[in-house]
Write a protein of this length. Structure first.
Length: 117
């Protein structure tokens, strides 16, 4: 599976930004698709995820501010980020996990989000 992330950029604190992740295969064949982020000098962390059944999970730090969604017809997953803060500055990555026929994991290239204070 190839994942293409886009939508990063520079935004002021309190602003909003939307990210997109386009997959090379049907989302219906992907068990879990997620957004991760990695800030400078920090470990990569999960931000938001969605299972094939539409169950979502968010990091505590983004609950109520970020929303993950999907468009199966476009094989695209979105991350809407609202009320951004400087600590949200990071490279954001799209991630997919497939369980069948064998467990496989895929990462997209990162897209940089910079939030200025």
């Amino acid at each position: 599976v190839q994942l293409q992330a886009s939508g990063g950029g520079l935004v002021q604190a309190g602003g909003s930004l939307g990210l997109s992740c386009s997959a090379s295969r049907s989302l219906l064949r992907i068990n879990t698709i997620s957004w991760y982020r990695q800030a400078a000098g920090k470990q990569r962390e999960m931000v938001a995820s969605m299972t094939g059944l539409g169950v979502t999970n968010y990091a505590d730090s983004v609950k109520g501010r970020f929303a993950i969604s999907r468009d199966n017809a476009k094989n695209t997953v979105y991350l809407q980020m609202n009320n951004l803060a400087p600590e949200d500055t990071a490279v954001y990555y799209c991630y997919a996990r497939i369980l069948l026929p064998t467990k496989s994991e895929f990462w997209g290239q990162g897209t940089l989000v910079t939030v200025s204070s």
